[in-house]
Design a protein around this ligand. Structure first.
Ligand code: NI
Length: 130
């Protein structure tokens, strides 16, 4: 029911990160600004894997702490599901996850809803509706 969609990678400088990944053979889509979350996002693909570069546009973005604590790093896996509400309910009711960013339409997904969950065992997980 959960299908891996992308790995989210927090970066300080999107253009530079993108260029370095392009040098490794990634192909990128045009970056998208998510003003609600105060981030600029670019999706790249290689070998069937999709990577999301996430750069803060201003203070108060969800990647501030990651960048401050560890520097640029992969920090979440996003799963796609056709059963968005049901999946969130299962994961939060006894599944070991709590909601850290409530479900909301995301610019990077043309308005499809995303939610961010946190597990003590796995850290940040993102779910996007299919
Ligand atoms: Ni993501």
């Amino acid at each position: 029911m959960l299908k891996v969609h992308h790995v989210g990678y927090a970066v300080k400088r999107l253009e530079k990160a993108q260029k370095q990944m392009e040098a490794m053979g990634y192909e990128f889509e045009r970056p998208v600004e998510d003003k609600d979350r105060k981030v600029r996002i670019a999706f790249g693909q290689k070998d069937g894997y999709r990577i999301e570069l996430v750069m803060p546009m201003e203070k108060g973005s969800p990647v501030d702490k990651i960048l401050a604590d560890t520097g640029p790093a992969p920090y979440h896996i996003c799963y796609e599901t056709d059963y968005f509400e049901k999946e969130i309910e299962q994961m939060t009711c006894g599944g070991g996850y709590r909601v850290i960013i409530p479900p909301a339409p995301a610019a990077a997904f043309k308005g499809r809803k995303v939610v961010f969950l946190y597990s003590l065992a796995l850290g940040v997980v993102e779910i996007v509706e299919g």
